[in-house]
Ligand binder design. Structure first.
Ligand SMILES: Nc1ncnc2c1ncn2[C@@H]1O[C@H](COP(=O)(O)OP(=O)(O)O)[C@@H](O)[C@H]1O
Ligand SMILES: CC(=O)N[C@@H](CCC(=O)OP(=O)(O)O)C(=O)O
Length: 266
């Protein structure tokens, strides 16, 4: 396998996890995908588990524009839950069915560096980062050795201070850096809905231009916002297709255009 092999980045959101685990359908899909000759990278979320752990410690989660305001205490929780708990649990779950997973975060092998996210020069989210740089070497090397990198969205800044990255944003940055042929977001909804209260209103296809227009209108999008922003970043970086699907549609989304979920394209 070489860096020229097609790359697939799958981001599995905390919303679709049950007890910090991937669904059976998602594990089956990944088993099939890893058998194909491609660089497969799994990025995971876990926002809901972070919120639960924070509450157990008496910390009150606060979100602005879908991003968790992250002080030093919250950063400890984020890192513990995403890197030490969920990442290891997912690696264990995948290895137990024979998928050769290896757990990583941006802190490993210099894979991702972050800079503090600032709005008008102000770090209003605390220790939340935006991706500064991606070094794909560790991912590509792992894939060449037949391993499946499982990535937690924590990355150090230039001084080595860990930052909290939104997992959708991290997945988009990795897909762009790997020149992935596809980025797939798996969540607890079947795709982008025209009416979030109506599951039958999933939008089947949208172009990057229409997506940009939608985002500039700033509608309330909740957890969809970082996915759509990430999708636009990925499309503009040359990733030709981004799909938003539920866990049951993961395999189909990666192997063909099944018509399920939302397909975002150039
Ligand atoms: N227009 C929309 N279409 C689909 N989902 C939406 C929309 N607006 C808001 N959402 C919300 O986005 C959520 C998914 O985002 P999030 O909870 O962050 O999931 P994940 O953990 O997978 O990143 C859905 O559960 C849904 O409630
Ligand atoms: C900055 C920021 O908001 N980071 C996220 C990281 C986890 C994440 O993105 O998890 P999901 O994909 O399950 O939402 C958080 O702290 O919740």
């Amino acid at each position: 396998m070489t860096a020229a092999e097609p790359a697939l980045v799958v981001k599995y959101g905390g919303a679709a996890m049950k007890g910090g685990r991937l669904s059976a359908a998602a594990v089956r899909a990944l088993s099939v995908l890893v058998g194909g000759c491609r660089r497969l990278v799994l990025v995971h979320g876990g926002g809901r588990e972070v919120t639960e752990e924070a509450a157990r410690r008496g910390l009150t989660p606060r979100f602005v524009d879908g991003l968790r305001v992250t002080d030093a205490d919250m950063m400890d929780v984020v890192r513990m839950v995403l890197v030490d708990r969920i990442n290891k649990d997912l690696v264990g779950q995948l290895r137990s069915v024979g998928i050769p997973a290896i757990g990583l975060s941006g802190e490993d092998g210099g894979m991702m560096t972050a800079r503090t996210l600032r709005v008008d020069g102000v770090a209003r989210f605390g220790r939340v980062g935006e991706v500064d740089a991606v070094d794909t070497k560790v991912l590509t090397t792992a894939c060449e050795k037949g391993l499946v990198p499982v990535v937690a969205s924590v990355a150090p800044d230039a001084d080595g201070l860990p930052h909290n990255l939104n997992a959708d944003t991290a997945a988009a940055a990795l897909a762009a850096a790997l020149s992935a042929d596809q980025l797939v977001y798996v969540s607890d909804v079947e795709g982008l809905m025209a009416d979030p209260a109506d599951p039958s209103s999933v939008i089947a296809r949208m172009s990057g231009d229409d997506l940009a227009a939608l985002l500039s209108a700033r509608p309330p999008l909740g957890g969809m916002l970082p996915k759509l922003s990430g999708a636009l970043t990925a499309l503009r970086s040359g990733v030709p297709v981004v799909r938003l699907v539920g866990d049951q549609a993961l395999l189909g989304a990666c192997t063909a255009d099944t018509g399920r979920g939302t397909t975002l394209h150039l």
